[in-house]
Design a protein around this ligand. Structure first.
Ligand SMILES: C[S@@+](CC[C@H](N)C(=O)[O-])C[C@H]1O[C@@H](n2cnc3c(N)ncnc32)[C@H](O)[C@@H]1O
Length: 232
């Protein structure tokens, strides 16, 4: 089942992001499914502590790179809902669902900042909160829709604070500049990795303050961060 809802605004830069991801969905999917990234995805989904039969919502599900791991965790009796506002990304996710023959994985064309879902056992957002204008408020809303004892996990790429990662910092900045919509500029008044870092930090705050069992881990020399917690 695919629910074709109208997409919301999703904060500033939403249509730019939709154009960007719509155009690059295929390439994005190739990168998003590289084997090394799969291990971060697995860890993020472990952070949700899902059980068979659970309902899990993935905000900004993109091409559905997390769906196999989520499906594995909730089984055929669970429910997975992927929300995304870019049709091209959802088209790829839809193909993945059809190829696997999953009947309990649903896609919603909608805005993760105003999710059209009332209740879930868990919420996942991977590589998404850095695109939100007010990530802390949005994560508050996600926490509110998760049942008591359910979990929220956020997986993100940011600049690393580790000394050992310094030589790779320039490469990371280049990657962010190339992959953050729009990609036209050569000079930025605010370089895109700055708001990315700030937004990822802001998104984690409500989780850190409100969730129990808050857990935070880093991968890839600190360039990738996972945060998860249980809703009280
Ligand atoms: C970098 S991709 C990540 C996709 C997927 N979560 C993954 O891990 O591969 C970001 C995705 O978030 C979606 N997105 C960003 N802001 C959104 C919003 N407010 N509502 C719905 N989708 C959003 C984009 O359309 C894009 O598909």
């Amino acid at each position: 089942m695919t629910d074709e809802r109208a997409s919301g605004e999703g904060g500033d830069g939403a249509s730019e992001a939709q154009n960007f991801y719509g155009r690059w969905a295929r390439l994005y999917d190739t990168i998003a499914t590289l084997p090394g990234i799969g291990s971060w995805r697995e860890r993020a989904i472990e952070g949700l502590a899902l059980s068979p039969g659970d309902t899990v919502v993935e905000m900004g599900c993109g091409t559905g790179a997390n769906l196999p791991y989520l499906r594995e965790a909730v089984g055929s009796e669970g429910t997975i809902v992927g929300v995304d506002f870019t049709r091209g990304m959802l088209d790829r996710a839809r193909k993945r669902i059809a190829a696997a023959g999953w009947t309990n994985v649903h896609l919603v064309h909608g805005d993760a900042t105003a999710p059209p879902i009332e209740r879930a056992d868990a919420v996942l957002a991977s590589f998404v909160v850095g695109m939100l204008a007010d990530p802390a408020a949005v994560v508050e809303d996600w926490l509110a829709l998760v049942r008591s004892d359910g979990r929220v996990a956020l997986l993100d790429a940011t600049r690393s604070t580790r000394t050992s990662a310094k030589p790779l910092d320039a490469a990371f900045r280049l990657f962010v500049a190339a992959s953050a919509p729009p990609t036209r500029q050569l000079h930025y008044s605010t370089p895109p990795w700055k708001p990315l870092d700030e937004r990822v930090t802001a998104a984690r705050r409500p989780l850190e303050e409100r969730a129990e069992d808050y857990d935070s881990t880093e991968f890839a020399l600190g360039f990738v961060r996972l945060a998860s917690g249980r809703v009280p």
